[in-house]
Design a protein around this ligand. Sequence first.
Ligand SMILES: [Zn+2]
Ligand SMILES: [Zn+2]
Length: 241
Amino acid sequence: MTVVADLHTHTNVSCHAYSTLQENCRAAAERKLYAIAVTNHAPAMKDGAHIWHFSGMRNIPRRIDGVYLLRGAEVNILNENGDIDIDEVRIKYLDYVIASLHEDVFKPTTSKAHTKAFENVLKNPYVNTLGHLGNGAYPFDYERIISQCNKYNKIVEINNHSFTVREGSSKNCREIALLCKQYQVPIVLTTDAHISFEIGICDYSIALVQEIGYPEELILNTDLNRLRDYFLKMKGLDIFL
Ligand SMILES: [Zn+2]
Ligand SMILES: [Zn+2]
């Protein structure tokens, strides 16, 4: 199993990421990826990109080194109401939005509060994907959220970075993936790369979905036609053009 696109990547617009967009594209091309989503942190994070970064993304070519660029963001969930840190005027021009809880912005609190935050984010039509749900700092009612993902057209990502940097994630990601399988929720396997060397390498995520026998037709980024169909359906965007 291999991924055809990496849908969670960061560039050095944040100083805790270390590669330029062009370096990321070169790495993606070397690994034979068709596409990457550029998903930098939104402004509420101390080290997030300025809001202009997101509105200016339309100036980036659609392809660099032959790699298709999806214009994205990793927005911060700000509070229990599920508010996020890119306004509606700007976010609607993005192709792909991940919503995540980050300690820098949303101080970990109770499982009830985290669940409420995710439940409200589910209702946001501009959010495509719930980011790194396995983070042990944010326990929540997994089943309550996963069971509603299809109702709101939300994807769950199995974030490769989580297995190495977020404590408790391996066990949590497995539990989340099993629930996604039970509720037939589409997933993506992503790297959350903060440097070009990580682009496209999803070994831990792939091992997990293989171990639990995840139905491949529900993994959006291991097949180019599935990926194309998703963006056509959600955004009217044809990534083959
Ligand atoms: Zn994140
Ligand atoms: Zn990230």
